[in-house]
Design a protein around this ligand. Structure first.
Ligand SMILES: NC(=O)c1ccc[n+]([C@@H]2O[C@H](COP(=O)([O-])OP(=O)(O)OC[C@H]3O[C@@H](n4cnc5c(N)ncnc54)[C@H](O)[C@@H]3O)[C@@H](O)[C@H]2O)c1
Length: 346
């Protein structure tokens, strides 16, 4: 039996309290040994609440601790790349929140920091570890044939706080304010923070992106992006990203291929449910509709991260996926700005 990996958590804000700390309490593949937040009181309160032995306000002290094998970096976006670089140079494996960095260019600096270290870097685009999305990926590889025509939608809901209130125990310490850091430019921030999920999932399911054409409107305070993604392997995706609507949370895909089709309905992430998936096999004229257990994508991404480290496997998503998601986000922004069809590296 292998000992579990020893993990440190940097950043004890909302996503850590809602998702990472509960997932760490469930998994047996890693043990949380220390947490850190630049707000010392928050670190202490969170450590007490989640029974973590050590807490501090200094990430470099946590990174210097040689009892720690790996870290989760869950701080505001502008600190992702600098802290990931420091963690790698301290010899720690890294699971870093999405988006990987502020820009693809900034994030590409991590290639040199990672090369030759033998360390693992995984981006916390946890939807890849939703068992419904995993099933869909396998279906696309084995049964769909050539992807031809796809829709992808991601409509964030303004009722988020109401769902937090239904989650037990109280999911966020009341002294953790919603800083809104980065939201001074909401058009840019929302495209990056939600696009990091949407475009990563499109790439995961359907492969690389060759061109993007997109439009944006701000109506009644609601940000709306529509666009067309041309897939490198052929096929078109129409995408819709909306932040935020007075409507139920709605995320999903329909994917039509040469040998079948697929629909995915994904739930509000912190409810930890698997996506509902229906897949049609045209040859057999049969629908499949799987049912899943162990559905917490945040726990499953931790287990996958631990497996990648222990068994020396590729991470999912890896550094290149994190950079490629930013390439698509930037292409969407550029197409909105210029009105042109933009070619993409991602
Ligand atoms: N994967 C998901 O489902 C998901 C959901 C929400 C947020 N996120 C991502 O997680 C990250 C954090 O988001 P959040 O909502 O938790 O933000 P938040 O502002 O609630 O929390 C960030 C925390 O980091 C701390 N911090 C800031 N700089 C630090 C530093 N240098 N060292 C240590 N601690 C520091 C802050 O004090 C704060 O407690 C963002 O990048 C966001 O995009 C991911």
């Amino acid at each position: 039996v292998r000992p579990p990996l020893r993990l440190g958590l940097i950043g004890c804000g909302r996503v850590s309290q809602l998702a990472h700390l509960p997932a760490l309490a469930k998994t047996t593949s890693v043990t949380l040994v220390a947490i850190c937040d630049s707000d010392r009181r928050r670190a202490e309160r969170v450590a007490r609440r989640f029974s973590v032995e050590r807490s501090s306000s200094d990430p470099d002290a946590l990174l210097a601790d040689d009892r720690i094998d790996a870290v989760i970096i869950a701080v505001p976006d502008r600190m992702h790349v600098p802290l990931t670089e420091r963690a790698l140079s301290a010899g720690k494996h890294v699971l870093v929140e999405k988006p990987l960095g502020l820009t693809a260019e900034e994030s590409s600096g991590l290639r040199a920091a990672l090369a030759g270290t033998g360390l693992k870097l995984q981006v916390a685009a946890m939807k890849r570890h939703d068992p419904g999305v995993e099933y869909a990926k396998k279906y696309v590889c084995d049964q769909l044939g050539q992807a031809v025509s796809c829709h992808a939608w991601y409509r964030a809901s303004s009722f988020k706080a109401d769902w937090h209130a239904t989650m037990a125990p109280k999911p966020i310490d009341p002294e953790t304010p919603d800083h809104g850091e980065g939201k001074t430019d909401p058009e840019r921030y929302y495209l990056a923070t939600h696009g990091a999920h949407l475009f990563d999932e499109i790439r995961f399911l359907l492969g690389g992106v060759s061109h993007v054409t997109a439009r944006y409107e701000l109506t009644e305070g609601i940000h709306v992006w529509h666009g067309i993604i041309e897939l490198a392997a052929g096929g078109l995706v129409h995408f819709e990203l909306v932040v935020s609507l007075p409507a139920p949370w709605a995320e999903g895909f329909t994917v039509y291929g040469s040998r079948g089709n697929l629909s995915i309905d994904t739930h509000f992430p912190f409810l930890l449910r698997a996506s509902d998936v229906r897949a049609f096999n045209a040859e057999q004229r049969e629908w499949a509709e799987p049912v899943f257990g162990d559905t917490d994508p945040y726990k499953r991404q931790l287990d996958a991260f631990a497996r990648a480290i222990v068994d020396d496997l590729p991470t999912c998503p890896d550094l290149e996926d994190g950079i490629a998601a930013l390439d698509v986000i930037e292409a969407v922004a550029q197409s909105v700005h210029t009105g042109q069809r933009v070619s993409v590296n991602g």
